[in-house]
Design a protein around this ligand. Structure first.
Ligand SMILES: [Zn+2]
Ligand SMILES: [Zn+2]
Length: 334
């Protein structure tokens, strides 16, 4: 599914302007003209200032850390946070990621992702839980396949003490993620929410493939180009059996039905895990109080922690996704 975030669009009028004016504050928002930058100021300023301050704070903490320990990046690479001196810097990084995540541009989300992946290099055990933010961020910029690979690595190799790091390419997003009425790739509520959203997006891409494309395209390259133009880098392009069925004119409805059945089970599994989650997702307008310092599995603070930052944004930015959940809640209501 294509990302619905503007990339290189004027943040105010949303027209493609090839990044004429970059906002000097946050450095991740573009405008077509100074006039539109001024016009957007009331909406943009507060978050822009927060983001700039968070970036400056991160830089100051880095300078301070290097002053105390000039070789820290060589000596403590991979075990940051375990080394106490690094904690103020890691906390400043987390804060900057948080502020970037709340800016709704592709550039902001990509910048947040870059920092988040660096955090995992700095702290391989991920003591701060940065991994929980990454799938939703990837989904927001249409990198669904990577989001699935990422969750799968943490829930399989990551748990088994793998010696290589985040190295599972092209995992099968179509595979049945349900098991014993639960989610096979469990993990945090963030991961589970992202898995359901990935399946929803896959179902939508399959539906578009069935209805918007002429079956039996001339050749594979032509088909892949057409799909990519319409759906972005969708995981459907990695399913060879599906592409063959499609090319040979067979109905792809079985793929759609299978994905839909999995979605039903996954919805229920998340509902059982935390009965507040779906209701809060569709009721929230994205205005969450603040990130809770502490939560217990199953309680309402766990929901806030998950929806905070990109957890809500990824759903909101996927067309039809919140309505889908509303429909599921209505049909499961007693
Ligand atoms: Zn404009
Ligand atoms: Zn800005």
């Amino acid at each position: 599914m294509l990302s619905s975030l503007p990339e290189g669009l004027c943040l105010y009028c949303k027209t493609p302007q090839h990044r004429v004016f970059l906002c000097a504050g946050c450095k991740v928002s573009y405008y077509c003209s100074r006039v539109h930058q001024r016009a957007d100021k009331p909406d943009h300023e507060a978050q822009c200032v927060r983001t700039r301050n968070a970036r400056n704070k991160m830089r100051r903490e880095k300078v301070r850390l290097l002053r105390e320990d000039p070789n820290v990046f060589e000596m403590s690479m991979g075990v940051f946070w375990g080394d106490h001196d690094t904690r103020p810097y890691m906390q400043a990084r987390a804060r900057y990621i948080e502020d970037l995540s709340q800016l709704k541009t592709q550039e902001a989300v990509e910048a947040a992702l870059e920092l988040a992946f660096e955090n995992l290099e700095l702290s391989k055990n991920d003591n701060m839980g940065t991994r929980d933010l990454i799938p939703a961020l990837l989904i927001r910029v249409g990198r669904d396949q990577e989001a699935y690979n990422f969750i799968k690595w943490w829930q399989t190799n990551g748990r088994n003490g793998a010696t290589t790091y985040l190295d599972l390419p092209d995992q099968d997003v179509f595979e049945d993620m349900t098991m014993n009425d639960g989610l096979r790739l469990g993990g945090s509520l963030d991961f589970q929410s992202a898995l359901v959203l990935l399946k929803y997006r896959l179902a939508e891409d399959l539906f578009a493939l069935k209805h918007n494309f002429a079956e039996g395209a001339e050749d594979r390259d032509e088909l892949l180009d057409a799909i990519e133009e319409d759906l972005g880098p969708s995981p459907v392009i990695n399913n060879q059996a599906l592409l063959r069925d499609f090319e040979e004119g067979r109905d792809i409805q079985p793929y759609i039905s299978a994905t839909g059945n999995q979605l039903d089970v996954m919805f229920d599994a998340v509902q059982r895990r935390n009965r507040h989650f779906w209701a809060a997702l569709v009721d929230s307008d994205g205005d969450l109080d603040s990130l809770p310092e502490w939560f217990a599995p199953g309680n309402e603070l766990e929901v806030t922690a998950t929806l905070w930052q990109s957890g809500y944004a990824a759903w909101e930015e996927t067309p039809g996704a919140l309505d889908f959940i509303r429909g599921m809640l209505n049909s499961s209501a007693p």
